[in-house]
Design a protein around this ligand. Structure first.
Ligand SMILES: [Ca+2]
Ligand SMILES: [Ca+2]
Length: 213
């Protein structure tokens, strides 16, 4: 199970990098609709959040709602389980607080969209309500797991053997359509090895790399 989560993180991490460029992209807009006077706990990276939400497109059409299902949505904040717009827009939130998020596509589902309800390059509007904030599981320090010789640098060999270990688990977890391993390594180095010295430093690494959040 743990490995399955790791490969998810790695796969999500390099794929997110593929769609995020450095051009001046529109920012996330966050509006607080209502906030309790007393806040028992503010959400932070790594917390489990229980949320109600309604998502609409710019033309007002609704694409998803937890209210309709009558079941709030639970996820761990800040670790890439949800779209970036949620990970960024639901920080410092109090239980019962309501917000409206306007999420540009690069922090949502990108150029490809999702399913038949979210078109390519869609701006997403979410009205969200925080039901509860709780402790999340300890995150995995992926950097440390890849860095087999502990020199604080990731070589191609280290990334490659890490991926090799994860592939069977990924297959078991039903993750399909992974690029070939060598291609995946190159893809990762293209995006992560910013100074192109053949190693990914701790600073360059954009995946999970801290023991504590
Ligand atoms: Ca190393
Ligand atoms: Ca480097």
């Amino acid at each position: 199970m743990r490995f399955a989560i790791n490969i998810c993180i790695v796969v999500i991490w390099c794929h997110l990098n593929v769609i995020s460029g450095d051009e001046a992209l529109p920012e996330l807009k966050m509006q607080v609709l209502s906030k309790p006077e007393e806040c028992s706990r503010k959400s932070a990276k790594g917390d489990m959040l229980t949320m109600h939400y309604k998502g609409t497109l710019e033309d007002g059409s609704e694409f998803d709602s937890s209210y309709t299902r009558n079941e709030p949505f639970k996820f761990q904040l800040g670790i890439g389980q949800v779209i970036k717009g949620w990970d960024q827009g639901l920080l410092d939130m109090c239980p019962t607080e309501k917000r409206k998020l306007t999420i540009p596509s690069h922090l949502g589902y990108g150029d490809s969209g999702a399913g038949d309800r979210i078109p390519p390059k869609a701006t997403l509007i979410f009205e969200v309500e925080c039901i509860a904030v709780g402790d999340g599981p300890t995150p995995v320090n992926v950097f440390k797991e890849i860095d087999a010789n502990d020199d604080n640098l990731l070589s191609r060999e280290e990334v490659s053997s890490y991926l090799k270990k994860q592939m069977p688990e990924a297959a078991k977890a039903g993750i399909k359509d992974l690029p070939e391993q060598d291609k995946l390594v190159e893809e990762i180095f293209q995006h992560e090895d910013q100074d192109k010295n053949g190693f990914i430093s701790h600073e360059e690494f954009s995946g999970p790399k801290h023991d504590e959040l």
